[in-house]
Design a protein around this ligand. Structure first.
Ligand code: FPP
Length: 220
């Protein structure tokens, strides 16, 4: 199954503790590691897509954006071992062309080293927005002179795989331009827990609930 998560609430987590917002992102990155390891060892989950940086996040203060970019670079360097040990393949969606050369190289290197890993594909959404993704897909189709059909649109998206389960943390009940095409038939769970407090136990509870839901995909 394809699990997608909107990791929200890092800033509020930090504020509650009288810390700077970036401390929330640091703790959030540790949770990314825990959840990735959990998913790699859960046989039902083969794809985990995480919303790490949206096309709208450029509106944040430059200092916070710079911190997030640096955190990502350091994190990919430090956690390469985690990807290898847990047999996790690393991929990205979104338009990373605006990122620094250093970060682009790190991303390409991590993809290359992990490309044959099998247990889990972890997809980071980086400078990702669903409307941007769909627009880019349609542009590609026009360039290739492809017929406009739902199947062809899906094939040209950054990720063609439908989402089975979407989770958003921090109590916000919104989708925020994440995987709009791919969540057409997804089950959705919204938890009040802030991302830095999210745990694999919490994820396990949601997975148990998910299994109880009857998915009809428009049938009866
Ligand atoms: C949402 O919290 C989180 C983000 C915009 C960034 C997500 C980043 C991480 C979880 C850490 C880095 C990830 C990796 C893969 C190294 P927010 O800042 O919107 O929180 P708020 O809504 O409480 O302000």
């Amino acid at each position: 199954m394809h699990l997608a998560i909107i990791m929200d609430g890092n800033g509020r987590w930090a504020k509650k503790r009288g810390l700077k917002r970036i401390e929330g992102h640091k703790k959030g990155a540790e949770v990314v590691k825990e959840i990735t390891e959990y998913c790699a060892n859960n046989h039902e989950i083969d794809t985990l897509t995480l919303y790490a940086f949206s096309t709208e996040n450029w509106k944040r203060p430059k200092m916070e954006i710079d911190f997030l970019m640096k955190l990502l670079d350091n994190w990919l360097k430090k956690e390469l071992d985690t990807y290898i040990k847990n047999d996790v393949k690393f991929e990205t969606i979104g338009d990373i062309s605006k990122f620094s050369n250093k970060l682009k190289k790190r991303i390409a290197y991590t993809k290359e080293v992990t490309k044959n890993n099998k247990k889990l594909t972890q997809v980071l959404a980086l400078n990702y927005g669903s409307r941007d993704e769909i627009t880019r897909a349609v542009k590609k189709m026009i360039e290739k002179n492809e017929e406009i059909t739902p199947e062809n649109i899906q094939k040209n998206l950054d990720i063609g795989r439908d989402v089975d389960l979407l989770i958003r943390t921090s109590g916000e009940i919104r989708v925020s331009n994440f995987l709009l095409w791919q969540i057409a038939y997804a089950e959705m769970f919204f938890t009040p827990i802030l991302w830095p407090d999210f745990t694999s136990e919490e994820l396990e509870k949601i997975l148990t609930e998910f299994k109880k839901r009857e998915r009809r995909f428009g049938g009866i």
